[in-house]
Design a binder for this molecule. Structure first.
Ligand code: NDP
Length: 256
């Protein structure tokens, strides 16, 4: 380990590594010396990022996984363990944001958000908590980082279910910390505000999407870059093991 590679010797899993905050976080952790397993559904994206990290002198493993599918998560955990060994750093960044008026009754979107943003994180926790606890018991730093949202606290029309999933995640992270902290596993919940990623590209209501409401917010506020959030994740997990930044809220300066 050197001052430029404070995460050397650590083994990370990043979900949502195909784009946005997850991809930027994987790059940042690899640049600081961690071996990084890249989890998401789009294999081409994961392979490209893995090649980029390897070309830069890092170590990465692309692993296709759908967090809404238990068998897929189990298979991914098996692949990670076989290729990289015990994991001591997990960043749960995968998520979807599908706003629509609640009275439209979009059960398809509600199910997808709950399955990905809440149950998907629980599946990730279930797959890797054993490793985190074992790593901490063996004297290594051990981290679980959850990517929630400022939407966990701020009520915004059309975002009821997304906000509810993020409020649930923030609560889960606090509860997990009460269980894992005494076992020397840090839990860090990060709540970003508006960040320039692919998240809004899945909005199917033109009035709310990139050419509508969310686009106007980007225009008015000026978003964070995914790298800004990644930088904070790398900072938090690079602290001495006794230091746990348990909750980080990061907003664009102009966001209320
Ligand atoms: P992106 O859409 O760029 O990234 C989302 C990632 O999640 C992608 O890599 C996607 O890859 C992955 N993903 C989605 N569904 C699944 C699934 N079923 N299984 C596995 N992976 C999945 O958006 P962001 O980077 O912005 O989002 C990252 C996190 O940050 C999310 O949890 C989001 O809620 C949160 N956040 C984002 C904010 C913003 O303004 N952008 C603000 C606050 C929080 P693939 O499609 O290949 O599976």
């Amino acid at each position: 380990m050197t001052s430029s590679t404070p995460l050397a010797g650590r083994t990370a899993v990043v979900t949502g590594a195909a784009s946005g905050i997850g991809a930027a976080t994987a790059r940042a952790l690899a640049a600081q010396g961690a071996a990084v397993a890249l989890l998401a559904r789009r294999e081409d994206r994961l392979k490209d990022l893995s090649e980029e990290i390897t070309a830069a002198g890092g170590r990465a493993l692309p692993v296709v996984a759908d967090l809404t599918d238990q068998a897929s998560v189990d298979a991914a955990a098996g692949l990670v363990g076989a290729a990289l060994g015990r994991v001591d750093l997990v960043v749960a960044a995968a998520g979807v944001m599908l706003p629509n008026p609640l009275h439209d009754g979009r059960i398809d979107e509600w199910t997808r958000m709950i399955d990905t943003n809440v149950t998907g994180v629980l599946r990730t926790v279930r797959a890797f908590t054993g490793d985190l606890v074992a790593a901490a018991a063996a004297g290594s730093a051990a981290d679980l980082v959850t990517v929630s949202s400022i939407g966990a606290h701020v009520v915004f029309p059309n975002y009821a279910v997304y906000g509810a999933t993020k409020a649930a995640l923030t609560h889960l992270a606090a509860s997990l910390r009460s269980e894992l902290g005494p076992r020397d596993v840090r839990v860090t919940n990060i709540e970003p505000g508006l960040t320039d990623t692919e998240l809004a590209s899945h909005v199917d209501n033109p009035a709310l999407g990139p050419d509508g409401q969310i686009g106007a917010m980007f225009e008015a506020i000026g978003p964070l870059a995914a790298e800004d959030v990644a930088d904070l994740v790398a900072y938090a997990v690079g602290r001495p093991p006794r230091v746990n930044l348990r909750q980080i809220v990061v907003l664009p300066t102009r966001q209320a």
